[in-house]
Design a protein around this ligand. Sequence first.
Ligand code: CTP
Ligand code: MG
Length: 429
Amino acid sequence: VSIQGSYARDTWLSGEADLDIFACFPPTVTREEWIKIILPLLRKQLVSYYVIERYAEHPFLELHAENVRVNIVPCYQVQRGQWKSATDRSPYHTEYMKSHLTPTLRLEARFLRRFMKGLHTYGAEIKIGGFSGMLVETLVLRYGSFMGTLQNASDWTPPIYIDLDTDQISKGEHFTNFNSEFVVIDPVDPNRNLAAAVTPSNLWNFVEASRMFTTSPGLWYFYPPKFKPKTRSEFTRKIANNNFHLNSISFKHPPIVIDVLWGELRRLQKSIIGVLERYDFQVKRSLAWSDEKTASGILLELDSDELPQVVRRKGPAVSNRNGSESFIKRHLQMKDTVRGPWIVDNQWLVDKKRKIWNIYQLFTQAIEDKSYGLILPKDLDSHFRKTWKLRSEKETVSLAQRNKEFNQALWHFIEAKPVWLKANTEKYQ
Ligand code: CTP
Ligand code: MG
């Protein structure tokens, strides 16, 4: 049993660190045994704490002791390269960073970590999709300092490839292997991309913030202004400025391992957008939100939540004899044909009545009927069906008056401007 993570590497941030306690097992112990025997045994020893199960690539336990988050993580004690699980590299990470980071570099790493936190780009978990602690430290090692990293990042252009050992070597081959435009080789494992979790949005937010910071630095990048919950009228005024239609679809669910929940929410979000777009609703932006306990939802900004009830469909070219025949058969004197079909140049046209013209109809149908293509992830499925609720703009704003975290998420969503950029412009107003 050992302490790993940023605490062991001495790069943790005061007041924010977690304690990563690793229990290393011989490779003969199976994953089943971890889950069925070892984790329950550990839980038994920890009865005086509130312990939750979490999941990265395999399960671990999380608890809070004296305001410190403690992770209890099983891993395999293996030779370098003989990895059996994702966490086996951690002891090697600790060893590597302990021998490579000087006290000054550890301080530089802390600057970069705090900077990333201020931008909301820190943390490799699915919810964030940002930079991990190891990634931050590897960048500082590569560029020699916090400012060095920002100066270099300011000029990054894709593809970005960073390898402490063999800069530039076999670049092409590695890119195809990693299938990503942002590759930072794990210093203890040449086959692992430390930046695999970083979403393109987080990467490019970091790049732009680096440019801004290096030209006009400020503390607000590290410590964004504290959010004050917004009132109903502040929301109404803000929304009045844009032309989009805000809606939210929310639902209750049983407590699920947080990382699994976020994975499923992202999939649900994607599926909902897909269905909306297939039925001609233009989704401008969307956001998955959760209180991480029992309530989650997807925010949607649409061009319009109601479509004209008649839609013009293009048929085949008139010169296509067979196509024309079946088009006429399909539309002439049909109930849902409003006008036509008629010919313009070499083209058949027809005006049809829409089956679905508002999003409430669409959700109601799509939840009942699989052919609409809505995929409900397995842990959300039954609760979603029973508890889904579509809220209009007004109702969504009302919800934000009852929940502080949702208030903040909704405000940032409507504002559509990164916090660091806002702080920056406010300073110079
Ligand atoms: N780890 C990893 N890849 C990740 C997340 C974690 O390799 N995407 C490993 C690293 O070895 C890391 C350890 O798990 O040091 C603990 O993870 P975590 O606590 O998330 O990161 P820390 O580096 O300890 O940073 P923080 O201060 O944010 O806890
Ligand atoms: Mg940690």
